[in-house]
Ligand binder design. Sequence first.
Ligand SMILES: [Zn+2]
Length: 84
Amino acid sequence: MRHTRGHTANRRSHHALKTPTLSVCQNCGAKHRPHHMCLDCGHYNGKMVVDVKAKKEAREARLAAKREAMKSMGEAQGQTEEAK
Ligand SMILES: [Zn+2]
């Protein structure tokens, strides 16, 4: 049902975005969500809960290994196509 511009404006008065509240990390000073671990250093309440650096390195090593595997697979496939 069509309603007045006033009704539409009243409804939309709740649509504004709020700025998120952020806390400052005790360890590195970066901003993070309150009651959540700092995504930059993995600390929460002054203690390290996740070794972010080690996790990142492990992830990069895993991705590099995957890329290498894909590359060698591609080369193997290219050879079989050439043989045909
Ligand atoms: Zn931090």
